[in-house]
Design a protein around this ligand. Structure first.
Ligand code: AMP
Ligand code: MG
Length: 338
């Protein structure tokens, strides 16, 4: 099988792709489709046989739960066993958008989706294509990123095709993902709200809406196997094939000194910089990403895919500042470097 890629850049093409995607999803098949965070590998979240295909195709560990995508507050409430005032506040402030709320799960949601836990992660995405498919289907969609497990998430249709083109019938092309990294995950299932995974809706925005500071992610357990204290906190994740290193350098001479001290093969080093940009001579590639957290997040995965495609051995990334708006980007960079 080689996936068909359907474009969506006119109203007629968009409508055709919605119909085709919904037909496959109703038949229990998987479809790769655009969301504003990254491309998702979608299945009917209420059909355990369809959901099982996601784990098989991705090679995803069963202990890593899936986010359930919905397209209305009513649909969200139907997937949860409780809808506390905090859920209403956060949903009204940030949905549709890159925020996942972890809530007590409804019995409607199969075990496979929640990694057998008693909570479910819910998100109302803002991308018009997945919204249209959700409306057409009428059921929620489980959709992790459309990549092989542990690899870099796709932010355009070609990224999906490279990794999963042979395993899928349909990839829908909805352009470049505008957020570019995975959603912020906030656990409001019990006790005070806690950020499980930082993202582009950052702690300061959440605090502004909630009127209080949120707890951060629990410290991941050192073991990479066995049961996770909290699901979905795999430390090694989102990795390019090349080794990624996070560095700071005062200027070009300082960077060159560090490359020498680390005994790196300069010709196979790719540099991703946002403030101190070295001259490209001798490096495999030097890439300037704007010093702006949103622009950086949007570009990051495409740059990592590009490094891998060009045979990078090492990716040197200039460490961004430790301010709230960069927290999601720094989280993904640290996991990619782990
Ligand atoms: P992704 O692989 O990007 O689709 O994101 C799935 C991630 O969402 C998981 O790895 C978890 O971090 C988080 N998640 C989803 N459902 C839950 C849940 N029930 N409890 C805690 N985290 C969850
Ligand atoms: Mg993923």
């Amino acid at each position: 099988m080689s996936a068909e890629i359907l474009p969506t850049h006119t109203a007629a093409l968009f409508e055709h792709a919605v119909k085709r995607a919904a037909a496959l999803l109703r038949a229990g098949e998987l479809v790769a489709l655009p969301t504003e965070t990254v491309y998702g590998l979608a299945a009917n979240a209420l059909d355990p046989v369809a959901v099982a295909k996601i784990f098989t195709v991705k090679g995803r560990p069963a202990r890593n739960p899936l986010i359930v995508h919905i397209a209305s507050l009513d649909q969200a409430r139907a997937c949860a066993a409780a809808w506390p005032p905090l859920a209403e506040t956060l949903a009204r402030a940030f949905w549709p958008g890159p925020l996942t709320l972890v809530l007590p799960r409804s019995p409607l949601i199969p075990d496979l989706v929640t990694a057998s836990g008693n909570t479910v992660g819910l998100r109302w995405p803002s991308h018009p294509f997945i919204q249209a498919v959700l409306r057409e289907c009428g059921f929620p969609l489980a959709a992790p990123s459309a990549n092989l497990s542990n690899r870099v998430s796709p932010t355009n249709a070609s990224h999906v095709f490279e990794q999963l083109g042979d395993a899928l019938a349909l990839i829908v092309d909805g352009g470049q993902s505008q957020v570019g990294i995975e959603s912020t995950v906030v656990d409001i299932s019990a006790g005070p709200a806690r950020v499980l995974r930082p993202g582009m809706i950052h702690a300061a925005s959440l605090a502004a809406v909630l009127g209080e500071t949120l707890a951060g992610p629990p410290v991941p357990s050192p073991s990479s196997s066995g049961t996770l204290r909290s699901p979905g906190l795999l430390q090694k994740h989102y990795s390019p094939r090349a080794r990624l290193m996070l560095l700071t350098w005062a200027d070009e001479a300082d960077l060159n000194r560090q490359v020498g001290a680390l005994c790196l093969n300069r010709a196979r080093c790719h540099v991703l910089a946002h403030t101190q940009v070295p001259a490209p001579e001798g490096f495999g590639r030097v890439c300037l990403i704007p010093h702006d957290a949103e622009a950086f997040a949007r570009a990051l995965y495409a740059e990592l895919h590009c490094c891998d495609a060009h045979g990078a051995e090492t990716i040197l990334v200039e460490l961004p500042p430790a301010t709230p708006e960069w927290a999601g980007v720094i989280d993904r960079l640290r996991r990619a470097a782990a």
